[in-house]
Design a protein around this ligand. Structure first.
Ligand SMILES: [Zn+2]
Length: 478
């Protein structure tokens, strides 16, 4: 007997980028049947007028086990999140995964080990402008190796946050990830607003190490009027045979911690940014625009609060996300309730609202593919991103005419307001959102990358990486 049957909806076939009128049968967290004929289960729901898509996969987040970030993710249809981005992650991956399994989580979690904050800190590099010594590089390599061995899906960089990172240091760590056939997501370093050399730096590393590159939140890096040039560089690298993809959110306004090198006075000057374009996103000054006095105060006394920088050209969002190697992402951070950047709650519904419904940049089939199967393939998740017999029952069921974000910047609204038009979300066959209401279910699993390192790491691009699922299902704690 099937546990659950979903009938009446149009089911996304992401492999062929089409929709089919099928009934879906779920048993033990897996899609057990797909049929044109009526199926029967212990429970049956009607999805008439709705689309049934594989759960969205967020390739760039900072959820990292934070419960509220997990809730905001699943409420926008995300069922798998990739954490540890921008060089900020747990270092002891074994302990992190064990803790997540023990408490259970709203969504499935894939995790990167991060260089620029975390590995550097772990070897005693406190000064972001300092170069790592040979001994420190060797220690970072060992820690990265161990994290990858323990299931991290790659090594992430946030080079903007560690201006002192040398090419040697970057190459050494990218090579470790490449030796496992895993990915290297990069928040590139930007010396100015128009820094295309940051792309060449990483393409050089990819060529040398065989690492697969994912350029993170591409619009935040290159959405200043140089998008065409930046995409041309990526296109050319791909034509040359390098494995390169990009992700982006639906905003040009980026956010990060006040205390980071990104908000150094010199960096602000080099980037021609203005205090008046910066909005405090969290903490006691949330919703206030910076002036010089408030800048100094927040920077010195509240370095862990976030600031949103209003910059960039909106058209460049669509230009980037139209690319067939581009995936939507949130850049979600772990904020307190009522705080943050609207990307944390609205990104995926906004992707469909703007790209499909309002602007017609993509068909619904293409948009769903970019949010599901393309990221599943990018992160070697064979049981995700498809609605097929044997695949995991991660599903989002939504109204294509109604799906929309409602989150707003904190000077004008609620940054964590939940979207509308998403009826149900299932994570491993359990309702995480039911009839538009968050259930508090913890059916998300930890997805550990598996597969051994090939020493040398020169030929690892495209090497097969598998994932092992851990039994982590917990009953809801309501
Ligand atoms: Zn970043």
């Amino acid at each position: 007997m099937l546990d659950l049957v979903i009938r009446g909806g149009l089911v996304a076939d992401t492999e062929h980028r089409t929709f089919l009128p099928l009934q879906i049968g779920i048993k033990d967290g897996i899609i057990a049947a797909l049929s044109k004929e009526p199926l029967h289960g212990k429970r049956e729901i009607c999805a008439e007028g709705l689309l049934v898509s594989p759960g969205f996969i967020d390739v760039h987040g900072h959820v990292d086990g934070d419960d509220y970030a997990g809730e905001l993710s699943v409420c926008q249809g995300i069922t798998t999140t990739v954490g540890g981005n921008c060089g900020l992650s747990p270092v002891d991956m074994k302990a992190f995964f064990a803790e997540q399994e023990q408490k259970g989580f709203a969504v499935n979690q894939v995790e990167l080990v991060g260089h620029s904050f975390s590995l550097r800190k772990a070897v005693g590099l406190e000064d972001v402008y300092e170069k790592a010594s040979d001994a420190q590089i060797a220690r970072m390599k060992r820690l990265a190796y161990q994290a990858l061995q323990d299931g991290a899906c790659g090594v992430s960089f946030g080079l903007d946050y560690s201006p002192g990172a040398s090419l040697k240091e970057i190459e050494a760590l990218a090579e470790v990830s490449a030796s496992f056939g895993r990915i290297v997501p990069v928040h590139t370093r930007l010396f100015t607003l128009y820094d295309l050399s940051s792309l060449y730096e990483m393409l050089y590393i990819a060529r040398k190490t065989g690492a697969r590159l994912l350029f993170s939140h591409f619009v935040y890096q290159y959405g200043e009027g140089i998008m065409r040039e930046a995409l041309d560089i990526v296109d050319r690298a791909r034509q040359d045979g390098l494995w390169v993809r990009i992700d982006s959110g639906l905003y040009t306004e980026w956010a990060t911690y006040a205390g980071t090198a990104t908000f150094d006075e010199q960096t602000i000057r080099d980037n021609e940014l203005r205090f008046g374009d910066m909005l405090v996103a969290t903490g006691p000054h949330m919703g206030q625009w910076l002036d010089e006095a408030l800048y100094r105060k927040v920077r010195e006394q509240e370095p862990d609060e976030s600031i949103i920088c209003f910059t960039g050209q909106k058209e460049e969002i669509y230009e980037a996300l139209r690319k067939d190697y581009a995936m939507p992402s949130t850049d979600i951070g772990a904020y307190r309730k009522g705080e943050g950047h609207p990307q944390i709650a609205g990104s995926f519904p906004k992707f469909i609202r703007e790209m499909v419904r309002e602007r017609g940049e993509l068909t619904m089939e293409e948009a769903i593919y970019k949010a599901t199967l393309l990221p599943a393939r990018t992160f070697s998740l064979p049981d995700k991103g498809r609605i097929a017999v044997g695949a995991d029952a991660d599903l989002v069921i939504f109204d294509p005419q109604a799906i929309a974000d409602t989150a707003a910047f904190p000077d004008r609204g609620q940054p964590d307001a939940k979207p509308v038009g998403i009826e149900h979300v299932l994570v491993n066959g359990e309702f995480a959102v039911e009839s538009g209401v968050f259930c508090g279910t913890r059916s998300g699993k930890v997805l550990r990358a598996s597969g051994k390192s090939r020493s040398g790491g020169r030929r690892a691009a495209g090497a097969k990486t598998g994932f092992v699922k851990a039994a982590s299902f917990r009953k809801p704690e309501l």
